[in-house]
Write a protein that binds this ligand. Structure first.
Ligand code: HEM
Length: 208
């Protein structure tokens, strides 16, 4: 049943529309005064949270595909990766335009005061080559093995995103949400490391 749903020819357009729903929600809330007393901060935080959520969904694809045998999930990975990048860019634009009024000098002064922003920037910079090489031509150009090792950076990006979130909330000593996302990413990372360990152990002539 799930396999049929994943192979359905409208499945991709449906995922595309679903991926745009958070943006539609934020836009709707902005137009209808639904973002509270500080809409700029709500937009900045909302886009940050949706970048992190999209990242978690992206990291879930391979474990779900392998654990449940849903091989059709693989064809959504590229779109999900591009959604992570899309929300990260919106988050960056919300910061640069709404928080810093588009003034580069202000941004340069802000970074030493709030170093968690540098961690966010690093995560965004690492996302850039992944987004640029997510197309078939780039995969052919790089070769499958090099493409795969480049795209392993997604785990480093996830760790940086958690550090960014944790550091940002540290000033307010409010860690509940951070702990939830750190646990999700921790489990997904542990799964990946375990799989790697088992593959190495299974290779003839290697010990774990
Ligand atoms: C992969 C990249 C990124 C992820 C996953 C991410 C995620 C987040 C999350 C989850 C929050 C907290 C939202 C909340 O408290 O509800 C946040 C806050 C914030 N992020 Fe990012 N972020 C990323 C990149 C960036 C970049 C590139 C910048 C700016 C250059 C940035 C600037 C900020 C700022 C200023 C806040 C704090 C807003 C406040 O104080 O209210 N982030 N981010």
């Amino acid at each position: 049943m799930m396999q049929r749903a994943l192979a359905w020819r409208y499945a991709k357009p449906c995922v595309f529309v679903l991926g745009l729903l958070p943006l539609a929600y934020l836009w709707f809330a902005l137009l209808h005064d639904g973002l509270g007393a500080n809409p700029a901060e709500a937009l900045l935080r909302g886009t940050g949270l949706w970048t992190l959520r999209m990242l978690c969904v992206l990291l879930l694809v391979t474990p779900l595909r392998e654990a449940m045998g849903w091989v059709g999930l693989a064809r959504f990975r590229r779109m999900l990766g591009l959604f992570v990048f899309f929300y990260a860019i919106l988050h960056f634009l919300a910061y640069a335009w709404l928080d810093q009024s588009g003034q580069w000098q202000d941004i340069l002064h802000d970074i030493p005061k709030r170093p968690f922003i540098l961690v966010g920037l690093l995560a965004l910079l690492l996302l850039l080559p992944l987004a640029l090489t997510s197309f078939n031509a780039a995969i052919r150009w790089l070769g499958a093995a090099r493409w795969r090792s480049l795209h392993r950076a997604v785990y480093l990006i996830a760790l940086l995103a958690i550090l960014h979130f944790f550091w940002m909330r540290a000033g307010k000593r409010n860690f509940d949400e951070v702990a939830l996302y750190a646990a999700i990413i921790g489990v997904l990372l542990a799964w990946r490391l375990r799989r790697r360990f088992m593959r190495t152990a299974a290779r003839p002539g290697t010990s774990p």
